[in-house]
Design a binder for this molecule. Structure first.
Ligand SMILES: *Cc1c(COP(=O)(O)O)cnc(C)c1O
Length: 225
């Protein structure tokens, strides 16, 4: 397993405006260091405790992305250092992130997770819910968060027609929100986080600016997480 050549071959396929996030959940520090030494600076983790531990052990110029499902009572552990929280799917979570950001005297960048897949189990807001959230007065009062874009996960399928349709639906919503709500002090839509190892090339065709890639860099994970 040559992590550097995996990263290089993915990067060679990416347009300049697309950020590669190396998803390192369950992988040992030595592998993350291999990626770091290959120039990788954006890493994604799904579990709070694992993220905190890895952050403490690795160089300080890494941008840490939290890409899992975040529970409100754990925000405080990552608030001091997290670079971007991808999976925000409720106002109450956003409120807690704002509170912890304030305590740490910083602004925390977030993506709102949008439900685009057919599967029942996926988290996220739908188009109406996200619009409703962004136009409330309560939202404008959250001065220590910055919503920089949207995140979505497509259905786990090899049917490319479904993938195209789901990624395009996120792109359409992104453009709609940009045109109809526009920017606010805490809303600056720039990023669409979509695409994983199996589907990132399709996601890029539909405007992805951040791909979250794990197994194509680090190899398959030992257990299903
Ligand atoms: C694990 C995970 C990924 C990476 O998945 P791969 O198929 O290994 O590339 C991307 N996004 C999220 C939200 C994940 O949980």
């Amino acid at each position: 397993m040559d992590i550097k050549s995996n990263i290089d071959s993915i990067k060679a396929k990416l347009p300049e405006n697309v950020t590669l996030i190396a998803v390192s959940k369950t992988k040992p520090i030595s592998m993350l260091l291999d990626a770091y030494n290959a120039g990788q600076r954006h890493f994604g983790e799904n579990y709070v405790q694992e993220l905190v531990e890895k952050h403490e052990l690795l160089p300080s110029d890494i941008n840490w992305h939290f890409i899992g499902h975040l529970q409100s009572n754990k925000v405080k552990y990552i608030a001091p250092f997290v670079y971007l929280i991808h999976g925000v799917d409720s106002f109450s979570l956003l409120k807690e992130i704002n509170k912890q950001a304030l305590k740490n005297n910083r602004t925390i960048n977030c993506l709102l997770q949008i439900y685009i897949a057919k599967e029942e189990s996926k988290f996220g807001l739908d188009a109406q819910e996200v619009e409703n959230l962004l136009i409330t007065k309560e939202f404008s009062e959250l001065t220590h968060i910055n919503i920089v874009g949207l995140m979505g996960m497509a259905t786990n399928t090899e049917d490319e027609a479904i993938l195209h349709k789901e990624f395009e639906s996120l792109n359409t919503l992104f453009k709609y929100l940009k045109a109809n709500i526009g920017n606010k002090p805490n809303l600056n839509l720039q990023e669409i986080s979509m695409g994983m190892s199996s589907d990132y090339e399709i996601a890029i065709k539909h405007g992805s600016t951040m791909i979250r890639v794990g197994s194509s860099i680090f190899g398959v994970r030992n257990y299903n997480q």
